[in-house]
Design a protein around this ligand. Structure first.
Ligand SMILES: Cc1cc2nc3c(=O)[nH]c(=O)nc-3n(C[C@H](O)[C@H](O)[C@H](O)COP(=O)(O)O)c2cc1C
Length: 173
């Protein structure tokens, strides 16, 4: 398997903690971890296997059009890259209690941007293990990536990551 590029944002919170867990599980020699606030299309084009990590901060509260501040500069870069040779797997942090109507919305906003570019997305997840009212991240009946809730379901995070990684690592090239 070629090296994975894990691009994540914001820094310093739950998304970053999950990035660390992924590195530990995959092995640090097999994965590079890059904050999206420092990254551009050239950085992304180095990888055929890509993981994106994002959180939902305020699509509801702040009515932001873009998912998170750190992602603001990176989202336009997604229009400049070569998608033909890449596989993407996405994870998103959210809070299914306080934001039940908008659970991990940014995961869906990011996923739709990638689908608009005909990106190949792996690691979609069933919603059956989750309790929420609505989510932009549900596309064709399943989450476009891995949804995680470190605020109210932290006890489920490790198992969710492990079973998701088991699937995507067999598909990465
Ligand atoms: C102001 C604010 C708005 C939020 N809005 C949402 C939301 O719309 N949907 C959701 O699922 N979680 C929402 N959350 C919860 C965060 O996504 C969650 O706490 C996440 O773990 C934060 O990860 P981070 O610290 O890496 O950004 C919000 C949190 C805050 C503080």
């Amino acid at each position: 398997m070629n090296k994975i590029g894990l691009f994540y944002g914001p820094v310093g919170g739950a998304v970053e903690n999950v990035a660390r867990k992924i590195v530990k599980a995959v092995g640090k020699e097999k994965i590079d971890v890059i904050p999206v606030k420092d990254a551009n299309a050239t950085d992304l084009d180095k990888y055929e296997n890509v993981i994106f990590g994002i959180s939902t901060i305020g699509s509801h509260t702040w009515e932001r059009e873009t998912p998170s501040k750190d992602w603001d500069n990176f989202l336009p870069e997604l229009e400049k890259i070569n998608y033909s040779n890449k596989l993407f797997a996405l994870y998103g942090l959210g809070d299914h209690i306080t934001y039940s109507l908008h659970f991990v919305d940014s995961l869906g906003i990011l996923g739709r941007k990638l689908l608009d570019q005909d990106a190949k997305i792996i690691g979609r997840c069933s919603t059956s293990d989750y309790d929420f009212e609505d989510s932009e991240a549900v596309i064709d009946g399943e989450f476009i990536g891995l949804g995680l809730d470190e605020d109210y379901e932290a006890d489920k995070t490790d198992k969710r990551i492990t079973s998701w990684l088991d699937r995507i690592l067999t598909e990465f090239k």
